[in-house]
Design a binder for this molecule. Structure first.
Ligand code: SF4
Ligand code: SF4
Length: 493
């Protein structure tokens, strides 16, 4: 005979054949996670505050006269923490991209999906901004669930309209801030002051981004993590039994109080049960089947069923369960941040091949990146011989004047226009060029032809080497370098 509490809990039990956020007809079930308090919530809130402040202020910060972050796709120039990149820096950008990829893989191999719950923009904005607004306007989780289930009334209509109005205003701030990363804060300020028809392209992009963000943060929410995010699907490949995950201690929790023992269905739960050091608690486990961890979960899942794709490691269930454990005077940690091996009482290998290889690859990539960035000159200049004619005789004197043709290529990696001046120290040699100094535009690679004239007597056996001095200078005078390049001169024997 079932007790009334068992019947109530059965009604809270999540379906086993579909997501908690979907009903039998496949319609969306909107999740209103319960509010939780605890150390993980406090840490997450502090971390999210830092991330949000960074997101909003980074476009305003200048480093060495350049925006801290600027991804100017139109002009194919990028500024990352004061370092200038151009489209022709693709190998460098590839190194940056690979470093991010290997970095995230390494973090996942060690700390699981910590990115999802703590740093992913979807989680940060939904949890910290949009759900907070919802809480202010529609009330706590219970009130919001009641409102959602209630029929449409004037009050419900007004509350929903107010919520979406505030959502739209906040999304406009976020989308403008987002656009500033691509056009720069000055250009954005000019666009805001002008009629949208003056910048229809940017205005259209901004309207589109606002609509997408409003949809993703205001309505789609956890569905993005569950059905769209490719990273979530990669977790089975990136995680192993040593990686940290949020997990329920089945050996300690089962059988749940006032209920039948759960059907152990996942491999993880099976391993835990078979190998746990803590002897299985035979009559009553510590879990009181209160469903607090389930109602607190922003993806609506039941962590007691083992590791699932929906889990974003937000740790809300840990705070929720620890609170319950405190109330029933049991030790915290029935749901904890641990690894499958640790939970099963096995050793955790922190130097396993996966971690070592990923660390090595990351160190190699970052070392390569740092070396290139610190040794890359702001302007790279190269002189090479024209292949067409080795030399020209300019007169028929006893010691005739000769000329050799050269090309100068200069790549300007800065955001300022600059110039290169060619100079020779030996008075017998002269530079003949239509332009000297040569202008080199920001982010461009320029090529300029020139001649060096000299008397035949300067040669020995028809050839010699001379040093050409190259003086490079930016418009703002912020840098000045002198390089030398040895060039060969040829003439008749
Ligand atoms: S919050 Fe803890 S005690 Fe309550 S159902 Fe979840 S695991 Fe069991
Ligand atoms: S199971 Fe726990 S850690 Fe995972 S998403 Fe739900 S609340 Fe967050």
């Amino acid at each position: 005979m079932q007790t009334s509490s068992e019947k109530a809990n059965q009604s809270k039990e999540l379906p086993r054949d579909r997501l908690a956020s979907m009903d039998e007809q496949g319609h969306r079930v909107y999740i209103h996670p319960s509010d939780v308090q605890g150390p993980y919530k406090r840490w997450r809130k502090a971390f999210h505050t830092v991330l949000l402040v960074l997101f909003l202020v980074l476009p305003w910060i200048q480093i060495q006269g350049k925006p801290a972050i600027l991804l100017d796709i139109g002009q194919r120039r990028f500024s990352i923490f004061g370092l200038a990149f151009w489209a022709h820096d693709t190998p460098l950008l590839l190194l940056v991209g690979l470093s991010v990829l290997f970095g995230i893989s390494l973090i996942t191999a060690i700390w699981g999906r910590i990115w999802c719950g703590w740093a992913c923009p979807e989680t940060v904005f939904v949890d910290y901004v949009y759900r907070q607004i919802e809480r202010w306007i529609e009330g706590n989780a219970v009130q919001r669930r009641r409102l959602a289930a209630s029929p449409w009334t004037t009050r419900k209509l007004l509350l929903k309209a107010a919520k979406w109005l505030v959502f739209t205003a906040v999304t406009l701030v976020i989308s403008h801030s987002f656009i500033a990363y691509f056009v720069g804060i000055d250009a954005l300020a000019v666009m805001i002051r002008h009629n949208p028809y003056d910048n229809p392209g940017t205005f259209g992009v901004m309207a589109f981004i606002t609509a997408v963000l409003l949809f993703a943060f205001g309505w789609f929410r956890e569905q993005f993590c569950i059905v769209m995010c490719p990273y979530g699907r990669l977790q089975s490949a990136l995680l192993d039994e040593h990686s940290r995950i949020v997990a329920y201690d089945i050996a300690r929790g089962e059988p749940r109080r006032g209920s039948q023992p759960v059907q152990v269905e996942s491999a993880l739960l099976q391993i835990e049960r078979e190998t746990a050091q803590t002897p299985a608690i035979q009559n009553q486990g510590d879990c009181i089947d209160c469903f607090r961890c389930v109602t607190a979960c922003p993806t609506g899942m039941d962590i007691r069923r083992g590791l699932q794709l929906e889990c974003i490691n937000c740790m809300a269930c840990m705070d929720a369960c620890d609170e319950v454990m405190r109330n029933i005077k049991k030790p915290a940690g029935l749901i904890r941040y641990t690894s499958q091996n640790e939970m099963a009482g096995k050793a955790v290998n922190h130097t396993r091949p996966r971690v070592l290889l990923l660390s090595l690859a990351l160190v190699g990539l970052m070392g390569g990146l740092a070396t290139i960035l610190t040794t890359r000159p702001p302007v790279k200049v190269t002189i090479f011989n024209a292949k067409t004619t080795p030399y020209q005789m300019l007169d028929n004197k006893t010691d005739p004047m000769l000329s050799n043709q050269f090309y100068l290529t200069a790549s300007n990696y800065t955001f300022e226009h600059g110039e290169v001046r060619l100079a020779l120290d030996d008075a017998r040699f002269k530079i003949v060029s239509q332009v000297n100094p040569v202008q080199i535009n920001a982010g461009k690679e320029d090529k300029q032809g020139f001649f060096i004239t000299f008397p035949k007597s300067a040669l020995q056996n028809g050839r010699t080497q001379i040093q050409v001095r190259l003086l490079t200078r930016a418009d703002d005078g912020s840098w000045q370098r002198e390089l030398t390049q040895e060039v060969p001169l040829v003439g008749p024997f």
